[in-house]
Every structure is written in C-alpha cells, then in structure tokens.
Write a protein that binds this ligand. Structure first.
Ligand code: ADP
Ligand code: ZN
Ligand code: ZN
Length: 741
C-alpha cells in the first residue's frame, strides 16, 4: 500500500509528561481544545483521538498550531483517552478545513464534521457476518415462498454473501422477512470481509478515437494532470461536443500516473448514463458518494478513499471533503449548476471550494460546462483560468434550430398553455415517429389555488408561500417546508363549497392538456416527485431510450446531461419563469437552464428544433438564445455587473436573522445594522424582511453586505458579529449568496 495520508508534521513534544495537544471536535465550535497526551501516547496533528467532553467521549482530530500553554494549567487538562486506528487526516485536508471555515465564516468544527462524514470509519472494521442461501434445508411445516422471500432468494443468487442490512435493501424487504428465513433455516451465516472491494479501473482501453478539437483538449488536460501542479481549466463546449469524452481521457491520465480522481456532479441521482459510460471505458464503476448512502456504505467508501483503494469518486458536493490519499485531478461537471451551492449547515459554494482544494493539494482542476458561470467566465477573461474550447457537436450533429414564440400573438385557448405553433410542432414530431420534450419548471398541478368567491389564496401555515396543488395524489404541498394537507372542502375564509380555482400550470396540468390534444401519445412525466429512490431516474431514462414515451414532460431534472437520440423537439412552456423576481443571477441562470434544456434536442443524426414560449421575446436572454451568440450575452451581463459592483466584480454577503418571534428578529437585525462596519468600500443594506418572510415557522430578516473585491469582507463580518449579543435568534452568514429569498 502506498504511503497514504501520512501526516507531514512531527509528533508533538512528548518529552515532558504533560504533552499538550489541540483537538478539534466535529461540533459547531471554532476553537480546538487543549488536552493532555498521556506519556505513553504519542499523537501528531491529523491523528483521530477520543477525548472526554462534558461527561461524554467524543472523537476529534489533533489539530495544528501551538498548544496555548498559558490558558489552562496542564494539571487541569483532561487526558486524551486513546488514539483511533485510522489513517491520520493529511495536512492539506486540515488546511482545507481551516480555509473553508475562514472563508465562509463557519466554525472549523462544523467543517471538520463534513470531513468526518462516516464516523464509524475511524475505528477499525469489526468482523461482520452475512447471509448466503443454505444449500439444503428441510422446509418446516407451513413454510411458504412468499413473494418477498422469493426476492431475498433471488438477491442471494445474484450476489455473494450480503449483510442483513444490504440484503434487506437489495431485496426490498423488511428485516423481519430475513429473520424469518434465517429462523426457518433457509439462510446460512458466513463471515464477510471488507466488502465491497473497489476494482482497479482498467486503463489500457484508449477510449474512442477523438476528433481533432477533442484530441487537442484531451492532450492539454492530460499533460497538466501528468505534470501535476495547480491549474484551473474551463472545458467549454456546446452540449454534445464530447466534453465528457475529453475529461475521461484526463481521468485515464491521472489513473496511469497512480493518482486518485474526484468528479463532482450536480445531482448524483441523474448520472446513470454517465456511470454506464465510465464503466464501459474503465471496466468497473467508480465509487459513488452522496447523501443516500447507508452508514455501512459510507464507512467502506470513506476508508477506501483514505487508503487509496477507491481510485475514482463521483459525488455530489459533499464528496469534496473526502480524505483522498493521492488526489491528482478534480473535475467539476456542469460547473455553473446552482446546486453546487450548499444552503444548509455550513453554507459554501462547492465549485469554488473545489478550486481551493486543488490549490492546496497542488493539482489541476477542470471546470466543465456548455454555459459557464459568470464567475468562471470572468476568471477566464482575466487570465486566472485557462480555457479549452470545443466549438462543435460531435460527428456533425448540428445544434438545434431555435425559435421564440411570442405569446402575445400566438395565444393558447383559455385555460391552456400550449400555443398553436407549439401544438403544430408537437403534432408533426409525433407524426414523424420522433420524441418531444415539454419543459416547465413547476412541480404539481397548479402553483396557486384561490377561492372564486372571496379571493382567498391557500397559503402554507408555516411559510410566506402558496400551497401547490398536487392533484394526482390529491394533496396540497408547500415546496419550501414540506407541509402537506388534503385539499380543504370549504374555503377557510368564507366557507364556500366548491369554490376553488387552480391558477397557472404545473407539469401535471400540462400533461392533462397534452393528453387531451394528443390522445395517442404516450406521456411520461419526470419531476423530483415522480422519481423516488436512487434508481428511478435511470429507469425513466432507460424507458425514454426504449421509446416507451412519445412525449416527456418535466422540470429541471430532465434538463441535466441526458442524451436522448430520438428527441427532436423541445418546447419551453414558460421561458419567462426564471426571470420573474429578478435576482442578481436571474438572466444568467435562465440562459443557462434554457440552453441546457435546448441541448436535449437533436443530439444524434436527426436535427432538433426548440420553441421557447415567452411574453418578452425582446429580452436579452431570448435574443441570445435565438442568435446563439453566447459570449456577447455574457459580455453584456458582465458589463452590467461590473457597472453595479456586483459579483463577480464586487462581493456580496448576506446576513440572515431568523427566529420564532418576529420582535426579537427585528430587534436583533436593527442592532446589527446600528453597529455595522464602516470600512471604506463596504456598505450594509437593510435590514429588510426576507421575501420568504416566514419559513418553516421561523421569521426571517436580511441584511446584505456589498463590498469591493479588495475588501476583507469575512474579517469585517467576524468583528462585527462579535459585537452583537443576539438572544433568541439565529444569525447565518452566506458568503457569495445565490439565494436572495
Ligand atoms: P458533452 O459532455 O459535451 O455533452 P459527450 O461527451 O456526452 O458531450 O458526447 C456527446 C455524444 O457524442 C455522446 O453520446 C458520446 O458518446 C459521443 N461522442 C463524443 N465524442 C466521441 C468520440 N470521439 N467518439 C465517439 N463518440 C463520441
Ligand atoms: Zn372564500
Ligand atoms: Zn411551508
């Protein structure tokens, strides 16, 4: 095994009997605490140790920095209980934790907690038992092979020994079914090893022959990967140009150089096609890291990454905090995607933090997109990032033909949302035996339900938000807090019966309209509601590929990365949806999303057509989509941001004050405003009630810090918040905010 994760620091001084160590605990605490290392225990920074805290034992990590000799007398320090049998946390990862905490104004312990995401991986693995089928057993009287038991049997035929938990997941049965089978003698217990073993990727396959442009990009990225050293490269190419193919080559280069690779993707649930391609190229699947893993899976993968047994990890943003032993390349696919911004717990932008990790690890990173974020675009313009360009779709496939439908002239009938032009295009597509996609970024049946008698709107009791009708399941749902209720019989305000009217379309209502117009078309609806479970997206996509649907109706989950060869028509039902509200990135994001949806059309031999329905055909976003002149749109957007000192040319930070009592929230927000920093180049706007003034029964007020790029915003915020003693409220800091709700 390579020398992995070895700490570069010297062991602490243990000549004296009272060697001290600072221990950072995975709690919302910034400081590392001093402990005493007993004489017989030598510990060094990076070591995982068990220490007493209050009357509990906690696992923490020995941290860098000199112990604060004068704070607490050694004699009063508590002893470290023991050192854990895990590889130490490498120095670059410790520096990364410090960096992420400082940049995002978060507690270092909270960031360490994201690193220690598989706590039981830190103790050596206990021997585990698993089940196999008993070769022969006498069926007890009354024993029946129920359907559930049959699934267990099939799962065990298809797999080597499985632990009870894995077996129950594989077979989709409860623990009691397994227990019943074991008691009946149908299963036999065997010891199982440290499964799963991660197969080494096969790097002999050269991959498909690349086009000249692809070759040039792949050579550049592979050379950087082999050479090592920090660099940021934007891999910029239209959808279907082969960006994935190019970075798979760079991954191969990293693997042949004996390095590990991290690929960050926006939504791991949507990567079924990607995983298939990876496996085809490298002979075995990569390790997958996301929030749906069981604790056993987390433990296995975490340890395998630390020990260098897992060579490639594909994951959502949290994979960024895995303890790679020999990381040699990071790829951020769809780098512009807003889901890289984590909005809960420690608020951070995973794409930006990935660049920081690459810098600290001194390795190259590739940011991949057909529609880069304006931040990345600006970094390319200023020469901080390099750019590789793939201008054309692969194998002569052409970009779709774009049209904008002016809804003021091309009006749908009342209570319908598809314009006559789009209806005709759908008709023609089905007649030609091709597939169409209707994109509407709204789940449910209708976004608003109101009373025709008194005008009352059905609102979430916990949020400043309307309840969304989900007619298929006969429920009203709040998309902000998860509140669910059956639709009321009477209006809660005026008690009228049968007085509710649905306003506006969601995907369900659109599906009804399409079904009425095209009774023969087979319609599949794809939203986060219809996709349950990790395999669901893959299943749906396989059904699209198998031509089980003529029409796909979906929200943004259909926009991401899929490749449907027979899909030739894309209709954007409401192109203006993302432009309403008008936050900082509304235009940028709408452009990115609509380009990406459009990119689903005509990816194979048959050319594609895209229709965007809009009430603002003259809007710069629509004009840019029509002309295909992306860079001109970006330049105009950049100029306007620069003129207003907005990101990426200026800096923003949001301070969000929340609490159950609005008085206390307002008082705290005003107290903050009164002692706001007065540094030159920095202004504080607000406080103002947040657009989502109430969320999950919490009141919310916001302040916004706006500053020049040269200002140390984090330092100013830290000093500022230290001055305010806020009782009964929570204050959250969002550096580089993406959400202004
Ligand atoms: P992007 O990531 O830019 O959207 P992909 O890498 O997914 O593009 O490529 C689009 C399609 O073209 C995929 O089906 C891919 O397999 C195919 N393709 C791209 N480059 C090549 C190549 N050099 N040889 C064969 N097929 C390719
Ligand atoms: Zn009413
Ligand atoms: Zn709610």
């Amino acid at each position: 095994m390579p020398e992995v994760g070895a700490s570069s620091s010297q062991p602490l001084d243990i000549r004296s009997e009272h060697a001290r160590a600072r221990v950072l605990l995975p709690l919302a605490i910034d400081a590392a605490y001093d402990y005493r290392a007993p004489a017989q225990l030598s510990v060094a920074p990076g070591d995982f140790v068990a220490v007493p805290l209050g009357n509990r034992e906690r696992i923490g990590c020995v941290w860098d920095g000199d112990p604060s000799e004068d704070e607490i007398a050694s004699s009063r320090l508590k002893d470290i209980n023991r050192r854990l049998d895990a590889l130490p946390l490498a120095a670059p990862l410790r520096r990364f934790v410090d960096w992420v905490a400082r940049y995002n104004c978060a507690a270092r312990g909270a960031v360490l907690k994201m690193v220690m995401s598989a706590p039981d991986a830190l103790d050596s693995e206990k021997p585990q038992n698993g089940y196999v089928l008993a070769e022969k057993f006498a069926l007890p009287p009354k024993f029946k092979w129920t359907e559930a038991r049959e699934r267990v049997r099939r799962a065990l035929l298809a797999n080597p020994a499985l632990s009870a938990a894995d077996l129950s997941r594989e077979a989709g049965v409860t623990a009691s079914v397994i227990k019943g089978l074991a008691e009946a003698g149908a299963l036999r217990t065997v010891p199982i090893g440290r499964a799963p073993v991660f197969a080494a990727p096969e790097i002999k396959s050269p991959g498909p022959p690349l086009s000249r442009d692809q070759r040039a990009c792949a050579d550049d990225l592979s050379a950087k990967t082999r050479a090592g050293g920090f660099s940021v490269t934007l891999l910029d190419g239209v959808t279907g140009s082969g960006k994935t193919e190019v970075y798979l080559s760079a991954i191969a280069a990293a693997l042949s150089a004996g390095k590990q690779v991290l690929v960050l993707v926006p939504e791991i649930a949507l990567t079924a096609q990607w995983l298939g391609r990876f496996e085809e190229r490298f002979g075995s699947p990569p390790a997958e890291w996301h929030s749906d893993l069981t604790s056993a899976q987390r433990r296995h993968i975490w340890r395998a990454v630390a020990e260098g047994r897992a060579r490639v990890v594909v994951g959502a943003r949290s994979a960024l905090f895995l303890p790679f032993a020999e990381l040699g390349l990071i790829v951020v696919d769809e780098e512009h995607d807003a889901s890289f911004k984590q909005e809960e717990g420690v608020i951070y932008q995973a794409r930006d933090m990935a660049v920081v990790r690459a810098h600290i690890e001194n390795i190259p990173i590739a940011l991949v997109s057909a529609t880069p974020s304006l931040e990345t675009f600006a970094n390319v313009e200023s020469g901080r990032y390099q750019r590789l360009h793939l201008p054309d779709r692969f194998a002569g496939a052409t970009l779709p033909d774009m049209s904008v439908i002016d809804m003021r002239a091309d009006t749908p009938p009342r209570q319908a949302w598809l314009s006559p032009t789009l209806r005709r295009a759908l008709d023609a597509t089905f007649a030609a035996g091709e597939q169409a996609l209707l994109f509407l970024n709204r789940r449910g049946y209708a976004p608003l339900t109101l009373c025709r008698t008194c005008g009352h709107r059905l609102q979430c009791p916990n949020c400043t938000a309307w309840l969304v009708e989900h007619r298929r399941e006969s429920r009203l749902r709040c998309h902000h807090c998860g509140y669910v209720s059956p639709p009321p019989k009477l209006c809660p305000k005026c008690q009228s019966a049968d007085s509710f009217a649905a306003c506006g379309p969601g995907v369900e209502r659109l599906a009804d309209e399409a079904a009425a117009l095209f009774p023969k078309a087979r319609i599949g609806v794809m939203t986060s509601d219809t996709l349950c479970g990790p395999g669901a997206a893959g299943d749906f996509i396989a059904r699209v590929e198998a031509r089980e649907f003529d029409l796909i109706i979906g929200t943004q989950v259909v926009a991401k990365g899929h490749h449907f060869p027979l899909l030739t028509l894309v209709g954007v039902v409401d192109g203006d949806l993302g432009l309403a509200g008008g936050d900082l990135r509304a235009s940028e994001r709408t452009y990115q999303l609509l380009s990406q949806v459009s990119g689903r059309a005509g990816r194979a031999e048959r050319p594609g057509r895209v229709f965007i329905q809009t009430y603002m055909p003259e809007h710069p976003v629509m004009q840019a989509l029509l002309s295909g002149d992306r860079d001109r749109f970006y330049q105009a957007e950049a100029a306007s941001r620069r003129a207003h000192g907005m990101p990426p040319y200026g800096r923003l930070a949001a301070i969000i004050v929340t609490g159950g009592a609005e008085d206390a929230v307002i008082a705290a927000a005003r107290a903050l405003a009164r002692c706001a920093p007065t540094e030159p180049g920095l202004t504080v706007l607000g406080p103002a009630p947040a657009p989502l003034r109430r969320l999950a029964a919490q009141y919310r007020w916001r302040l916004l810090v706006k500053a020049g790029r040269e200002v140390n915003v984090q330092g100013a915020i830290r000093d500022w918040l230290a001055k305010v003693n806020a009782k009964g409220v929570r204050i959250r800091i969002d550096i580089d905010p993406y959400s202004f709700l």
